[in-house]
Design a protein around this ligand. Sequence first.
Ligand code: FBP
Length: 562
Amino acid sequence: MKYRAKGCFVEISNLHKARYGYQPKLPGIFKGSVADVLVETGGGTRAVSDHEEISALFKHSYGRAPVRFVKGRNEKTRDLLNVGVILSGGQAPGGHNVIAGLFDGLKKWNPASRLYGFLGGPSGLIKGRYVEIDADLVDRYRNTGGFDIIGSGRTKIETTGQFDASLGTAKKLQLNALVIIGGDDSNTNAALLAEYFIEKGCGVQVIGCPKTIDGDLKHKYIEASFGFDTAVKTYSEIIGNIARDANSAKKYWHFIKLMGRAASHIALEAALQTRPNICFISEEIEAKGLSLSQVVDQICDAVVKRAENNENFGVILIPEGLVEFIPEVKNLISELNEIMARYKAEFEGIRSFQAHSAWLEKKLSRHSLVLFESFPEGIARQLLLDRDPHGNVQVSRIETEKLLMHLTEKKLLSMKVSGNYAGNFAAIGHFLGYEGRSAFPSNFDADYCYSLGFSAFFLIASGLTGYIASVCNLCAPAGEWLAGGIPITMLMNMEQRSGKKKPVIKKALVDLDGAPFKAFATLRDELALKTCFKYPGPVQYFGPPEICDLTTITLRLEHGGA
Ligand code: FBP
């Protein structure tokens, strides 16, 4: 089977073809006619914290109530709707199904409704670059991974010019609503745009959808961000394979860095799935105030003890955000962020790494300078790479696994010299990130995303703005899922970004009192010494539900399951 894309024919695989035939499962409320869905409203809401600052910044959209869809006759005339959609930030499996759900909902409402996809993320809206998404286009992307239907991007909408240009595009296309599919930063964009459009009285509604493989856009009403399920299962398959290889050859320690810019949800879930010897949880490192050398000590301890049993191999999972949670490195990074934002032009004018280092001597605090100079040059260079448009350091580009390999090797060498270690240490580094972000969505993500697309449509049809789609009760069969939406401001607090205090969605980090972390904590002493690897195998798309429809262990434990 072939389809035409950008002037060439693309041959598709048998699985790809088979996935077109998959019919995503929907919550019961969405199964009948679109005229049989009403919205039920709860009580007023508050921001996570900084209530006064957030309410002052979102004068028109702050404090609204959560909503839930319930059965009932909707007497509204089903006028045609023009809706725009943006895929924003990092790819996450299932994004195409959000668009498919939104498209199908819109067409069921009124077949003359139109869906426009903005190209390359929020910049497509600003620059007025779009395609109309018709049945032919959407059908080619159902149940497939990636964001290639319209592309994605990380542009932050923040200047008056960008807001005005967005409004210009919305007016030109006579949009009734805009759906932004993204993570915390992108949904912050959605809340800001919603407020701006209300202020301008243009009537364009803005709805967000919770996406991110990182799993840190989480709340009572947002039980999971989409893409986490598929991505972490994809990584777990690879980790299981590496672990089995390690247990066969018995000669390498594998240091595996896993995506997850801040929160360690991915590493924690992968640890529960595969049982490595060590898995660092950044949130715990920060809570205990562990230094870089204490982290390395933990690794050396396991290496030495396993060597005493002749097990000169193992697997270590490292969340990519770890460096930002080790107090002294966090301090260094925040000083660098501050300096790079404040002296932007000067910093960008310096051409070589050596000149940057010399320049930083006068700007960094003594402690941070000593630490910066102690890093291997490659790592120090990576710490100076561009921040993303939201002011975040790009941790996916910092080779933390190599840093830990280097420091472990150094320490073990000195232990060998002093007679405290007699094993053989050979380490191999891996980074699992992009491999999982565009995988074919698991059945869970395919169903969840399609349901989120439907919820986004019903939020629009209910006349709401500044809301994020919510689908809950996710451990039950899809027919029992509960759909609705919550105001985005309910997820917000004020944070320091690019040198300024800004309203942003608060990231949901790993809860050290939560069931998933506790489940891991009870296992880890044994895992460090013994070889207890589990091999989860690949995501299964066709077969019995207990293999194909299983949620993540994290979600099950958070819902009181085992
Ligand atoms: P989102 O928060 O936009 O979903 O992206 C998350 C993520 O996949 C992180 O895990 C990773 O650090 C980052 O994106 C990588 O960004 P980029 O794709 O720009 O390299």
